[in-house]
Design a protein around this ligand. Structure first.
Ligand code: HEM
Length: 611
């Protein structure tokens, strides 16, 4: 184009950008929470901003219209992911489904994930029932806790929901079993993998700076790389054990229920493509992409419900009308529970588990919102901001599930699971799992905040938008569901019930291990050993002892301490209580011997048949 005799380029302009500083570029501007900082910048500079983050170029999109453009007409251009040095170490050199660049390898992984592992059919027939089962087990524990505390029990919802999601996903990956007797919703395998992931989270936090200032990698004075490699090795050894166990199981009975067994059957056909490393990578991806996201969303949903009892009542009425009160909600009921679905949609809108999406990278030059975005630019989409945009969502901060009634959302554009080629392949599973977990909790219990009043809705800092304060709540079994819950509770064979009991800890009972607690503790332990049915023992003692609520609740804390902590506490109590009688000393010796014995046998998972 010739203007005033000069040759002007017809290229659209680059997006506007705040002033940058040398070396850091705009890194210093990214105060946490990043979505809030970027929303403020968007108000100043517009819905498309260009940033220089250390050595990387990024474009930030904060409007629905432009985001839609990125994932529709520019979907292919943005189909890749940035290669982060911190992730390289833990995601098999960036070859995992979530982190790998767009190309034939990603296409193959994606096809396996959507067609073989997370297909609608597999979710409906194999995976949703696993989550339903875990939700029942959780309801059973809550019911027991409530009856043990005389009506209502305090439930640490954050812990429970995370354990449920870890355990259920691990079961779908490797057919692991959660013992329905322990006071945890986690299978031993899920516990082990969770530990590894926790180590990763801390270490990768320390290595994040490498992604934007790669030179820092050479100044790794704290040896982060070495520690990450050690954690990676233990993760891989653990995953290899799971794969070997599934391989043995397949040889024995040939069933293909777990994700690993599906992948192993593909390995038999094309061993050079479906290597053990690829299977490990897919399993690790599913576990890390699906657990925190699902659990955090469930926690936010419960927090919103606690602040809106009228919504719980409406959802209960819907469930009662559709499912009735003679059985628990199951996977087949979900399509008929439209209001429950509205609650979920409104939670996804207000608290997307990926508030800044997952970064994409452009593989070709493209135009976004009238601005030029060169190839190799990182794309960040502010999902949190655009789902609360007042120009498209009336009263955007309010929790109103009714917005989604009749399948007509007022604001229409939401991308909690992304959109286009790289959108979340776990959406169907996550939505069903959340429907079952929330549905069960709403159907079975009435809920209240711990201290009355409103739940604090402050957001914490983290990739998956965690709550600042872990959620706890009081649950009380609904009168109309007591007979179902009682049956559910009795469904567990006697020999499966186990110590420690299903009770929740209470801060005010912190002094539980005072000297005078130990005789009761001891007698409970002894009774447990004799009866092998701690729950019943505890409940019976609860009825007999006037002060028993105190002890029953306090004993719940013992679970947290584990066997070692328990022994230590008993010891401290004994030391303080020098003047105990002969029979008490005798009892103590007996208890310690029994506890020791049970500890050696991993007593919480030992079943009577094995004893
Ligand atoms: C509430 C639960 C969940 C939310 C909100 C969520 C959200 C997301 C988002 C926003 C993305 C990025 C999309 C993009 O880049 O455009 C994503 C990717 C992904 N999600 Fe989820 N997710 C959830 C649960 C799950 C579950 C249960 C699984 C599997 C078991 C899963 C597996 C994945 C995988 C493998 C990717 C990467 C896809 C790719 O790069 O091709 N997610 N998820």
């Amino acid at each position: 184009k010739i203007i005033n005799g000069k040759n002007k380029s017809t290229k659209p302009p680059l997006p506007p950008s705040p002033p940058a500083v040398p070396v850091l570029g705009h890194l210093h501007l990214l105060k946490k929470p990043v979505h809030a900082t970027l929303a403020r910048l968007a108000k100043q500079y517009g819905p498309v901003i260009s940033l220089r983050l250390g050595t990387r170029d990024a474009v930030v999109v904060s409007s629905a219209e432009v985001a839609r453009q990125c994932f529709t007409e520019n979907d292919l251009a943005f189909a890749s992911r940035p290669r982060f040095p911190s992730m390289q170490l833990v995601t098999f050199n960036c070859t995992s489904l979530t982190t790998c660049a767009y190309g034939p390898h990603w296409r193959n992984l994606r096809r396996v994930a959507t067609v073989q592992l997370l297909s609608t059919h597999r979710v409906a027939t194999l995976m949703a029932p696993v989550f339903a089962d875990q939700a029942r087990a959780m309801a059973r524990r809550m019911y027991r806790a409530a009856t043990a505390s005389g009506g209502a029990a305090r439930i640490e919802l954050k812990r429970r929901l995370l354990e449920l999601s870890l355990s259920a996903l691990m079961a779908t990956i490797a057919q692991t079993e959660t013992s329905h007797d322990a006071d945890t919703d986690m299978s031993p395998e899920a516990q082990e993998f969770k530990k590894v992931l926790d180590v990763f989270v801390t270490l990768i936090g320390g290595a994040k700076a490498w992604d934007f200032l790669p030179a820092l990698r050479w100044f790794d004075v704290f040896g982060v790389r070495k520690k990450i490699m050690a954690a990676v090795n233990s993760r891989d050894a653990f995953l290899q054990r799971l794969i070997d166990a599934e391989r043995r199981r397949m040889d024995a009975d040939g069933d293909k229920k777990s994700m690993i067994s599906v992948l192993l059957s593909l390995q038999r056909i094309e061993p050079e493509v479906y290597t053990d490393t690829m299977i490990m990578s897919l399993c690790a991806t599913m576990f890390s992409a699906g657990t925190e996201t699902t659990a955090t969303t469930a926690e936010w949903a419960m927090a919103l419900l606690l602040n809106h009892p009228e919504v719980i009542k409406k959802a209960q009425a819907e469930i009662d009308a559709s499912v009735g009160t003679s059985r628990l909600i199951g996977p087949d009921d979900l399509p008929h529970l439209s209001y429950l679905h509205c609650i979920l949609s409104e939670t996804f809108r207000l608290y997307p588990a990926a508030p800044m999406h997952v970064p994409h990278e452009s593989i070709a030059d493209c135009t976004v919102g009238g601005h030029r975005v060169p190839a190799g630019t990182m794309l960040l989409v502010n999902t949190y901001a655009l789902q609360r945009d007042p120009t498209i969502w009336p009263d955007p901060e309010a929790f109103k599930p009714e917005r989604f009634e009749d399948g007509k959302p007022e604001g229409s554009f939401m991308i909690p699971f992304g959109m286009g080629r790289r959108s979340c392949p776990g959406e169907t599973l996550a939505t069903r799992a959340l429907g079952l977990v929330l549905g069960t909790m709403i159907q079975c219990f009435d809920w209240d905040t711990v201290h009355g009043g409103k739940v604090d809705m402050s957001e914490g800092i983290g990739v998956t938008l965690p709550r600042a304060v872990p959620l706890a709540a009081m649950c009380r079994p609904r009168q109309s569901m007591v007979h179902v819950l009682e049956k559910l509770s009795a469904d567990i064979p006697q020999w499966q019930s186990c110590w420690p009991p299903q009770v929740e800890g209470e801060k005010k009972y912190r002094k539980l291990w005072r000297a005078e607690a130990s005789p009761i503790l001891q007698s409970l332990l002894v009774k447990h050993c004799l009866a092998s049915s701690a729950d019943d023992t505890i409940t019976n003692v609860a009825r007999a002892e006037p002060e028993v609520d105190h002890w029953v609740v306090s004993l719940g804390e013992a679970r947290e301490r584990g066997v070692d902590g328990l022994l230590e506490e008993v010891q401290v109590a004994q030391d303080r209580d020098g003047g105990r009688s002969q029979w008490q000393r005798w009892l103590r010796a007996l208890v310690l011997a029994v506890v020791d014995h049970l500890a050696a046998m991993r007593w919480w998972s030992v079943k009577r048949t094995e004893m």
